[in-house]
Design a protein around this ligand. Sequence first.
Ligand SMILES: [Zn+2]
Length: 430
Amino acid sequence: MSFDLIIRNATLPDGRRGIDIAVRNGRIEAVEAGVDAEAGEVVDAEGHLVSPPFVDIHFHMDATLSLGIPRLNRSGTLLEGIQLWGELKPLLTKDAVVERALRYCDLAVSQGLLAVRSHVDVCDDRLVGVEALLEVKDTVRDYLDLQLVAFPQDGLFRAPNAEANLLRALDMGVDVVGGIPHFERTMEAGARSVTRLCEIAAERGLMVDLHCDETDDPMSRHIETLAAETVRLGLQGRVAGSHLTSMHSMDNYYVSKLLPLIAEAQIHCVPNPVANIVLQGRHDTYPKRRGMMRVPELWALGVNVAFGQDSCMDPWYSMGNADMLDVAHMAVHTGHLTSRDAVTRCFDAVTRAGASAFGLESYGLEKGCNADLVILDAADAIEAVRLRSPRLRVYRRGRLISRAEPRRAELSLPGRPAMVAPSAYAPPVG
Ligand SMILES: [Zn+2]
């Protein structure tokens, strides 16, 4: 038997070691020890981690790489970010958005990030971002899955024409219904927006992904409405609640009622730890709260938790590198997720869990899945998170699309080794 590609001696995210992955016609044909066959290309993974690609389930590609245009966010708050984006919007051109997005996708591919769900603002009547990102989606489809969410950034009811523009964006081919209930004028209007958006999704057979309760206000409880409307309209499994940062500050008794409602509605919960650790708590003196939803408690109820990056060098977040391992690493810290099992789950939250919320088909390391594979300079998934390891090789449908060197440093220290390889420092624990 002959394959196009065999990757030998891989460690898998589930901890299996010494595994060979055989690929033919862009699909995985075998995942087992000792595949006895020839292949056009044989790659020795040398015991490194081989993973399905990273998935960013929450991003804003219309804003990315715009840092400093037309100015910087001085307060660091979400609200100044929204204001600043409002100043930038009239200046946007389709060509500039396309150019920045394609440049971002280049970076993403080099980080093994091959699926991105991006919100796209629909509050600009010109729908420049929608036109641009639909074009980008088509341009990158051979190497990156881009899914778009129609996002009324300034509020479905608060912004003029937002609902009409959102419907127009969906007609143009945007995939998912978005919203921002905590930014509507009142709690009541926010709740009505959740209902309206879920009804639009139900009518059109679409998924929902709302920016929901991205605030430190413990009384912001739109997630409750979202869970109830999801069940009422039979949208279970098709709805994501992004951010949910108010959950951090909510009363514990109330949360004990809320989390089972989220589980019942099969809502995908999407924390954005890098963005929200800096956006939230800005109105606090001390102590300053973290902007992190209650991840271990959600996991305990079987809720799918997928981490998003949210922003990369834009009005809301000045850092970022298209690196989902950065996101997992930040989640470990902000969520106290330091046990071996929790770190492994954080890796899962930027790969498999994201793919599940995205609805990606043929994703994973099973026979029949797409041969989308990343070889990392890491001994296992925990080490990948600890080191935010270089992606040595990135494959899409069995084709090599990015290569990088392992991280090394040459030392000049008498009596000490001449070379340091961070990946060689993996601890001797199982
Ligand atoms: Zn967002």
